[in-house]
Design a protein around this ligand. Structure first.
Ligand code: ADP
Ligand code: MG
Length: 178
């Protein structure tokens, strides 16, 4: 599958789509979301975060622009909690992934986008990154990415198109996925 369009009939179907999508997404994945206000980008990201096991509520990150969440596996949660009981300064060590939720709506220029440190985030190997209003990335657009377009059809219906882009010449890009 390189490109697929799904006509969801309800937010419940958007949730199912987000859950099934994230199962195929690996560390280092960059998920770019496009579409008008109210088309469902944040809702989709919220369902992704829940499916990743993030318990904190994921709100729209307009203020601040970048929100960061730690993803712990069930096993990590057990060990972290018991370590915490023994040592209140204990921090989780292994296999931690970070989920970034970024909203570029208020970015006016590509320079603004650079100034928030986007390039460092985009090259983090151990993260999953979701970016709303990704068209603002301009020339910073990563080659290896998932593009997801949202179209409002009616109050509950949305047309969602998912497209996967691979780095075109993987040999010359071994050190970067940007
Ligand atoms: P955006 O981030 O694109 O501006 P939001 O996700 O914040 O959009 O808002 C989408 C709104 O539409 C939410 O209030 C959500 O409950 C509602 N909604 C209704 N049906 C759907 C659907 N099928 N998929 C996603 N959101 C939906
Ligand atoms: Mg939004």
């Amino acid at each position: 599958m390189k490109k697929k369009t799904i006509n969801v009939q309800s937010e419940g179907e958007t949730k199912i789509l987000a859950e099934s999508f994230i199962e195929y997404v690996q560390n280092g994945a960059i998920i770019l979301l496009y579409g008008d206000l109210g088309s469902g980008k944040t809702t989709f990201v919220q369902h992704i975060a829940k499916a990743l096991g993030i318990e904190k509520p994921v709100l729209s990150p307009t203020f601040p622009i970048i929100k960061q969440y730690v993803i712990l596996s069930r096993f990590d949660k057990l060990t972290v909690n018991s370590a915490k009981e023994l040592d209140s300064s204990a921090k989780p060590q292994n296999d931690i992934r970070i989920f970034y939720h970024i909203d570029l709506y208020r970015m006016e220029t590509e320079q603004d986008v650079q100034n928030i440190g986007i390039q460092d985030i985009l090259t983090e190997p151990n993260a999953i990154i979701a970016i709303e209003w990704a068209e603002k990335l301009g020339s910073l657009l990563p080659k290896k990415r998932w593009d997801i377009h949202f179209e409002y059809v009616d109050e509950f219906k949305r047309k969602i198109t998912i497209e996967k882009f691979e780095a075109r010449n993987p040999k010359s890009e071994t050190n970067s996925n940007v």
